[in-house]
Design a protein around this ligand. Structure first.
Ligand code: AMP
Ligand code: ZN
Ligand code: FE
Ligand code: FE
Length: 296
């Protein structure tokens, strides 16, 4: 698979309907391999998709092959972990160069920290519950980006909680005694890294219950190359969403909508939110670190 792109200029897209640009496989905390994720998206009628696993690009080749053989256009993507003060910020990146040195250093540091953090959290949890590191490993594909969802799956397998939701509401909650922070860059660094690798940075679920990021931080992200916001996401809520809509219109930013599908790990269904063809064209025109893969 040749990923290196140079920007496409004016694009003539081989699909007419909207796309879903936020899907997770078992290379991070989705529950299915990339090919099955593409199959699920195709079943919902989608014709343009992106794979956006947390802090890894490992699933791109399998996903591109599966998507295009089903007649779908594939955009390589990732959801990069960042943090502002106490809150986690997720930066979606599309069409960046997966071999860019800065991206590679950043994602490998985050993945290493996630592993250490998951082990520490498991040690803490194991003092009160019958679960050990091997149980988490058993829930994780070799080489995948480890996250709290894998600990949740181990707790479910052990019959200690019903589902991921119950685990996140209790044992894995940030205010729980078992919680440990992971290393994550600040959002401006994350945006700059994706833009510097030729990619298109978009803030994922930017209007969740925690509210909007501060205005000055948003301005610095825009200066660092932020391209837009994922306004179509089930976790976004008013009134923050309305304020972002006005910002996006005023600054003529890119707007996406996506499902954030995680297989059976979340109720989210491919296509429940979508991104318009016009916006997909803007992303493709702007991305120059890797290329979209069109069906042959
Ligand atoms: P982590 O990055 O390891 O701190 O875990 C956060 C990830 O867990 C997010 O990216 C979500 O995809 C997932 N997650 C958060 N809350 C829930 C929930 N209530 N149910 C299932 N998955 C969740
Ligand atoms: Zn996730
Ligand atoms: Fe996210
Ligand atoms: Fe996500």
């Amino acid at each position: 698979m040749q990923w290196h792109g140079e920007g496409s200029g004016t694009v003539d897209l081989p699909f007419a309907g909207p796309g879903d640009l936020h899907l997770h496989s078992d290379w991070s905390d989705g529950t299915e391999p990339p090919a099955d994720v593409m199959l699920a998206a195709h079943r919902e009628g989608l014709r343009c998709v992106a794979l956006t696993d947390h802090d890894t690009t490992e699933g791109w080749a399998e996903a591109a092959e599966a998507a295009t053989s089903l007649g779908m256009t594939f955009l390589p993507g990732m959801e990069l972990s960042a943090r502002h003060e106490w809150r986690s910020v997720h930066v979606l990146g599309y069409l960046f160069d997966p071999d860019d040195a800065r991206i590679r250093a950043l994602t490998s540091r985050i993945r290493d920290s996630r592993l250490t953090r998951a082990r520490t959290m498991t040690d803490r949890i194991s003092r009160d519950y019958d679960v050990e590191w091997a149980d988490i490993v058993a829930q994780t594909v070799d080489g995948a980006t480890v996250g709290r969802p894998h600990i949740a799956d181990a707790l479910v397998a052990k019959g200690l909680v019903r589902d991921r939701g119950e685990a996140f509401a209790g044992i894995l909650h940030p205010r729980s005694d078992y919680y440990v922070d992971l290393y994550a860059p600040d959002p401006v660094t994350a945006v700059a890294a994706i833009a510097g690798a030729g990619g298109v940075p978009i803030i994922a679920h930017p209007a969740g219950r925690a509210g909007l990021l501060p205005v000055d931080l948003t301005e610095r992200m825009l200066e660092a190359g932020l391209a837009g916001f994922e306004l179509g996401h089930r976790e976004n809520v008013e009134p923050a969403l309305g304020r972002l809509r006005r910002l996006v219109e005023r600054e003529d930013l890119i707007v996406t909508g996506s499902s954030d599908y995680h297989g059976v790990g979340k109720p989210n269904v491919p296509g429940e939110n979508t991104t318009s063809v016009a916006m997909i064209a803007r992303i493709i025109e702007r991305g120059r670190g890797s290329s979209p893969v069109f069906p042959s």
